[in-house]
Design a protein around this ligand. Structure first.
Ligand code: SAM
Ligand code: SF4
Length: 462
């Protein structure tokens, strides 16, 4: 049924093994630890549904589990190190309890495959992002394998796996992520995602709407539509603007937002749709990555600094009170001081409300990994710190300019440090607290932004 694009030659499924159906609440206990982006969070929720339907239970401590799954991130070396750093703890756990099944799943599993099994013989399963449906059968095979059997590897990438028939388990609360497109075809030269998550595929709109409606029925009021490049969304002649509009029309939903957009694909129609619909929030995450055209070309980002700035201007014209955020990488191979300065000037010029700033980290399987990583680490760190310092000042100035303004807060829940207050967000995604006065999570409250405490506003109702 599924078209295979990377058949994993190591995987030999035992045809005699069938997943067991455990009675409700009697199956093995699973602990799942998630690293990385919102897509990984959303994938872990899909796995929760998949395994719960097979009778598995979920627990909050690895020590109490029969199965421990680590959902890994590969985007930067630090993320990979953090996720794999867990493995020494898990080796201890396995020593104490040889029956516990240990699975490494997600992007590192996909990219490092056999290396993990060779280096960490106590790992029982290595499973890539398109193979989660196989988890019940793979787990069963582990349960019946004699101790010492080598771990199982399943990293097949599928061109059409969308998990669109599975409603991910909602973690509770009034906000939720909904994946609308998987994989990525952009092949930015620094990025491992197309190698770990495979080719781009859009989820059918009816299945997205079914998930949003189910979330709304569980109390969700604000959804974030997710994809590596949502602007590439295509389904039966509909594009992302149509999808966004359709989600915004779901009865009972207050707010919809999305990430991530790509400057090469974002359409004027999308910006118009954002500006025209009151339930689509005025927040745009538009990664620029670099402010110099030579570096952008080396990154395989097919737009120029000038084109990017034009898009920002159009977006600000079409969407009133638009808040902006971006991703930037400093210290890409061969980046000169003058080229970095152009990135700094762009950040200064756009005045983002927030920004995610990274130093370049060479990733296996990427085109940039074949270029010498020639910027010394202390130079990368100095560039990054300069950018972070300036962005913190700009974020603070942007926030200060909001003081005294009216806004509408979506109440998310009790404030973490003060139970007498609610915490919530404004339409442009600024966090704010307000004293409790009979409202409930999910309510919208008209407020004035009164004070700024760090990056959180103190609001009062009007
Ligand atoms: N698809 C999105 C896009 O096009 O921007 C986001 C992908 S990635 C999960 C999030 C961010 O990680 C990227 O925008 C980029 O800034 C950063 N990133 C990716 N690869 C990197 C690398 N090798 N070194 C440092 N940062 C990286
Ligand atoms: Fe990576 Fe580029 Fe795809 Fe984003 S668009 S996931 S940075 S390859």
């Amino acid at each position: 049924m599924h078209e295979l694009i990377t058949l994993n030659p190591d995987f030999q499924q035992n045809p005699d093994v069938k997943p067991r159906a455990f009675g409700d609440g009697s199956g093995p206990r699973v602990y799942i630890r998630t690293y990385g982006c919102q897509m990984n969070v959303s994938d872990s929720q899909t796995i929760e549904t998949l395994l719960s339907e097979a009778g598995y239970r979920f627990v909050d401590e690895a020590e109490n589990a029969d199965v421990v799954l680590v959902n890994t991130c590969m985007i930067r070396e630090s993320a990979e190190v953090r996720a794999l750093g867990q493995l020494s703890n898990l080796a201890q756990l396995k020593k104490k309890n040889p029956h516990v099944v240990i699975g490494i799943i997600g992007c590192v599993a996909q990219a490092k495959r056999r290396e993990i099994l060779d280096a960490k013989p106590f790992v029982d399963l290595v499973v890539g992002p398109d193979a989660y449906r196989r988890l019940p059968v793979l787990l069963e095979e582990r349960f019946i394998s004699p101790p010492g059997t080598p771990g199982l590897l399943e990293t097949t990438l599928l061109r059409d796996e969308l998990y669109d028939d599975i409603l991910p388990r909602h973690a509770g609360g009034v906000t939720a992520f909904v994946t609308i497109i998987r994989g990525c075809d952009k092949f930015c030269s620094f990025c491992v995602v197309p190698r770990t998550r495979g080719r781009e595929r859009s989820r059918p709109l009816p299945s997205i709407l079914r998930e949003v409606e189910s979330l709304v029925a569980q109390g969700v009021k604000d959804v974030m539509l997710l994809g590596q490049n949502v602007d590439s969304y295509r389904w039966e002649g509909q594009e992302f603007a149509d999808c966004l509009q359709a989600v915004a029309n779901v009865q009972g939903l207050h707010r919809v937002r999305y990430m991530t957009s790509h400057p090469s694909d974002i359409s004027p129609r999308l910006l118009e749709t954002m500006g025209a619909h009151s339930k689509i929030m005025p927040f745009l995450h538009l990664p620029v990555q670099a402010g110099n055209n030579r570096v952008l070309e080396m990154m395989n980002r097919p737009y120029t600094r000038e084109r990017y700035l034009d898009i920002i201007q159009t977006a600000r014209e079409k969407v009133p009170n638009l808040a902006l955020s971006t991703d930037i990488i400093v210290g890409f191979p061969t980046e000169t001081e003058a080229e970095f300065q152009e990135t700094f000037d762009l950040l200064e010029n756009v005045r983002y409300d927030t920004a995610f700033l990274f130093k370049y980290s060479a990733r296996p399987l990427t085109k940039a990994d074949r270029i010498e990583d020639d910027i010394p680490d202390d130079v990368k760190v100095a560039r990054l710190e300069r950018l972070i310092r300036r962005q913190q000042e700009i974020s603070r100035e942007q926030n200060l300019a909001q003081l005294g303004r009216e806004s509408v807060l979506l109440i998310e829940g009790p404030a973490p440090k003060d139970e007498t207050m609610w915490t919530g967000r404004t339409p442009d995604f600024r966090p704010a607290v307000i004293s409790r006065n009979g409202e409930a999570p999910g309510d919208l409250v008209r407020v004035r932004l009164r004070e700024l405490n760090g990056f959180t506003f103190v609001a009062e109702r009007i």
